[in-house]
Design a protein around this ligand. Structure first.
Ligand code: ADE
Length: 262
């Protein structure tokens, strides 16, 4: 459990599919965080801010091309409606062209009182939304989604688990992957043996020190194997840095030439 005084984080989300988001915020930890008053997602349907009788929010792209583009006016009006109320806080447009979302950004956003996410859809959003109405663009990864809604869910989920008191004492965000710049260690639960697959003995040894040494070693091993790019900026002590440098060095037996002569 992350200690600290409970407070409310308001996330305004401008979307064309509020039901999709509502469903995701109505389960598990996000649902509980809402019930405890820690997380307040405010879903705003962009279509409600269209001015025409067909509730149009998109139009053909200038210059030609396929697909439709979300118009600037309904988005601007939705944002002004928030500004007339409690405000928008930081305004982020969800788009594959944005800055990559990571644990550090999750931590920064979780400290805010409120912020606003804009979910694009169709071929994209009129560029003036990004340039004139947003603080910056955020992407959740190098792939293109049909819309920003899955990104809004990912970002909200990653942030809510960092809010003080959002996780019960049975859960912990302190030991999460990335929290100290390393991947998390492996977890096991009963039974001890399943089809002959055993849990590592150290975990039932009852020796807390040994368990924490093993877990730290596993974190280092996993990170070296799967995400060596994280190691440079991870929080490691000098001894750990030395071990990593040694294991990264190619093994060379004296007199052994690794390159076979043609
Ligand atoms: N919308 C479409 N693709 C996206 C991505 N990768 N991240 C955030 N929003 C998006």
């Amino acid at each position: 459990m992350i200690k600290g005084t409970p407070r409310t984080l308001t996330v305004n989300i401008l979307t064309l599919f509020p039901d999709l988001l509502e469903a995701s915020f109505s389960h598990s930890i996000l649902k509980r965080a809402r019930e405890k008053g820690l997380f307040h997602p405010k879903l705003i349907n962009i279509r409600d801010f269209s001015r025409d009788k067909h509730r149009t929010v998109d139009d053909k792209p200038y210059g030609g091309g396929s697909g439709m583009v979300i118009k600037v006016d309904p988005v601007a009006r939705a944002l002004y409606s928030l500004r007339r109320g409690k405000g928008t806080g930081l305004v982020l447009l969800l788009a594959p062209t944005g800055r990559r979302f990571d644990q550090k950004m999750a931590q920064q956003l979780s400290r805010l009182e409120r912020f606003t996410l804009i979910c694009g859809h169709y071929e994209g959003v009129d560029q003036r939304v990004s340039e004139k109405l947003c603080d910056h663009e955020v992407s959740i990864g190098d792939y293109v989604l049909t819309g920003g809604e899955p990104a809004a869910i990912v970002i909200s989920d990653a942030i809510v688990r960092l809010l003080p008191q959002a996780l019960g004492s049975e859960n912990s965000a302190v030991q999460d992957s990335f929290s100290d710049g390393l991947l998390d260690y492996p977890h096991y639960t009963r039974p001890f043996r399943y089809r002959g697959w055993k849990v590592p003995d150290v975990l039932i040894s009852g020796a807390h020190k040994k368990v924490s040494v093993w877990r730290r070693e596993q974190q280092l091993k996993r990170t070296m194997q799967h995400r060596p790019d994280l190691l440079e900026r991870a929080h490691l002590d000098p001894e750990e840095r030395k071990k990593i440098a040694e294991s990264a060095r190619p093994e060379r037996k004296p007199g052994h030439n690794r390159r076979r002569k043609e």
